[in-house]
Structure formats: C-alpha cells, structure tokens
Design a protein around this ligand. Structure first.
Ligand SMILES: Nc1ncnc2c1ncn2[C@@H]1O[C@H](COP(=O)(O)OP(=O)(O)O)[C@@H](O)[C@H]1O
Ligand SMILES: [Mg+2]
Length: 315
C-alpha cells in the first residue's frame, strides 16, 4: 500500500513530482491518493498529472497487474468537497483520468474564465470548413480564444489564437495522432495560461529521422531553436518552417513562462529560472503563460524575435 499526496500547489513543479511518484508506483497492489494538502491547481499541472495517471493506468492494465485505488480527503471536515477538488472536477481532471468519484451536480464554476480539459479531433478541425487545414485550425483557435475573452478584446484574441494555432497545428503535423487536449485559464485581467497536449510520438522521435538525435533533452532543446523542423518545407508556405516552437518559447519566456514536456522529459522556463524533470511517459505537452497587460506591440515584437532568430541561424 502506497499513499501519493497531491501537492500543495499543482503547478509545473508540483505536478512533475506528483507524476513521477505515480509513474514509479504502478507495481504497487494498492494506491491511495490523498487530496488533503492540495490548495491550488493550475492548467499545466492539471494536464501533466492527468496525462501521467492516464499513461500509468493504461500501462498497468496492459501488464495485467491489479492496482486498487482509494481516495482520501476529497472533502473537508464538514463533508463539503474541498475547493481545490472542486476545481479539479470543474477542469474535467477526473473525467480525463477516468476516475468516477463525485456527483456532477455539486460542482461550482470558478470565477475566472477558463477552458476545462477539452478534446479536439482532426474531424472537429475539418468541420470548420475553411479553404485548408491550417485556416481551419486558425478558425478553431479563434473560437477557443473567445471562450477566454469576449469579442471586444480583439487584440487579446489575436494573440491567444496565434499561440493556440501554432501548438495545435504541431500536434496534427508532427505527433502522429489525430487528437489533442486543450486546457486554459485566464487569471487576472490579462494573464493567460494555454496548454495543449497530445499522446503521440514525441519530439525526439519526430526529429530523429532528419537529425539522427537520440538524447531526448537535446532533441527538445533543439526543437526550440530557429529553423529546426522535421519537414523541409512548411505545408503552409506563408509560414516559416521551424519557427513555431522557437517563437512561442521566446515570447513565453519574455511575457510569462514556457514549459514543454515531450516523451520522458519536462523542461520548465520561468524568467531566469530553468528546471528539468524526468517523467517516463509518452506524448507532448506545451504551455505558454502570457501576461497581456503590456501587449500593445505584440506582433511587432514577434516579428523582431523571428528576424533575430533568422539572423543568428544564418551565421
Ligand atoms: N506535438 C508534437 N509532437 C511531435 N513532434 C513535435 C510536436 N511539436 C513539434 N514537434 C517537433 O518539433 C519540430 C519543430 O516544431 P516547430 O518549431 O513548430 O516547426 P515546424 O512545425 O515548422 O516543423 C517539428 O518539426 C517536430 O519535429
Ligand atoms: Mg510548427
């Protein structure tokens, strides 16, 4: 019997440590998940922890081991759902993990705008019926951004849909799966976390054919450089090949934060701080945090970042 505590804060770091314990404990005959210390949850933490649990349980079913699961401290002493558990429920965390442990009717909606974990398939994108797949992704991304910002916030919608479309496009172009998951949260007036995950092949395998890299962390870091792409030409010729993750990560670092998990390793960039975590599971998860309160010249800044990347890469 092993007890795994949800961390005090389910952010990138908290979720990484939690996920690691989950992935290391799958041989245990009985697992207890304790929510008693959990106070705060963030979108990336929700997605990472859920993906680890999905992977771990999928694996242990396959291996035919018989993990029994129990839950502790879902409610406070007065019998009410803990607020943090309430938020996990609202964000579809338990549905995503396939844990059926609560009554739906009791859930309270958080005060801030958010997108609970949402599955997006290739079919959903195609249903946008634009001239091509990239244009359909753009339209879908605008639809997602409008869940977070009302139509008056045109500038914010442009910026947020830029991030969504780059990351979602990468899933369908590179991950060899036909679905992804999105989760997002608008914090204060203008600060947003956007997270997109897939359960596909991961960056190392995707880039291996062209660059022959084996080291996972090196491959992930390389994917963040300007001009690095598994393709020689972007399907959408108006966009530069290999500029997507480069610009997203640079802008994320400047305007809030950037985290990327891809098969086995998580890299977290927060201002000057950089951390890495080993997590033996599949897929890719990208998070950008952006503070939009000072975003007047966002697209000019973006052009500048890309031009600088191009200049350095051509040296
Ligand atoms: N979700 C993903 N799954 C697998 N590989 C990915 C994913 N996202 C990005 N990659 C890899 O990282 C590379 C760089 O991505 P990006 O900078 O967006 O450039 P591009 O999409 O133009 O190739 C891709 O060519 C691909 O090999
Ligand atoms: Mg791309």
């Amino acid at each position: 019997m092993t007890t795994i505590f949800f961390p005090n804060i389910l952010d990138d770091r908290g979720a990484a440590e939690f996920s690691n314990k989950v992935l290391m404990s799958m041989a245990e005959p009985e697992l207890i998940f304790d929510f008693g210390e959990l106070d705060f949850v963030e979108p990336f933490g929700i997605m990472l922890a859920a993906q680890a649990l999905r992977y771990a349980f999928m694996k242990c079913n396959k291996d035919n081991s018989n993990v029994g699961v129990r839950f502790l401290n879902l409610t406070d002493d007065d019998g009410k759902l803990r607020p943090s558990v309430n938020r996990l429920i609202f964000f579809n965390f338990f549905d995503h993990v396939n844990w059926n442990i609560y009554e739906k009717g009791k859930v309270q909606k958080p005060a801030l705008e958010c997108i609970p974990i949402m599955k997006i398939t290739k079919q959903d994108i195609k249903a946008m019926e634009e001239v091509n797949f990239m244009a359909s992704i753009k339209k879908y991304s605008i639809f997602l951004s409008k869940i977070l910002f009302s139509s008056d916030y045109k500038k914010e919608i442009d910026i947020i849909s830029y991030f969504f479309s780059e990351i979602i496009n990468n899933v369908f172009q590179h991950s060899k799966t036909d679905k992804c998951y999105v989760v997002a949260q608008k914090w204060r007036k203008d600060s947003v976390d956007i997270v997109v995950s897939d359960e596909g092949v991961g960056i190392t395998e995707s880039l291996a054919g062209k660059y022959g890299m084996k080291d996972n962390i090196m491959a992930i870091r390389k994917s963040l450089q300007f001009g690095i792409s598994k393709d020689s030409k972007n399907v959408n010729k108006s966009e530069k090949t290999g500029a997507g993750l480069f610009s997203i990560s640079k802008i994320g670092e400047k305007m809030g934060g950037f985290s990327i998990f891809s098969k086995n390793d998580l890299l977290v960039f927060e201002g000057q701080r950089f951390s890495m975590f080993r997590l033996p599971m599949v897929g890719t998860i990208v998070k950008v945090s952006v503070d939009l309160s000072n975003s007047e010249s966002f697209f000019a800044k973006l052009e500048g970042v890309i031009a600088e990347g191009e200049r350095l890469a051509s040296k």
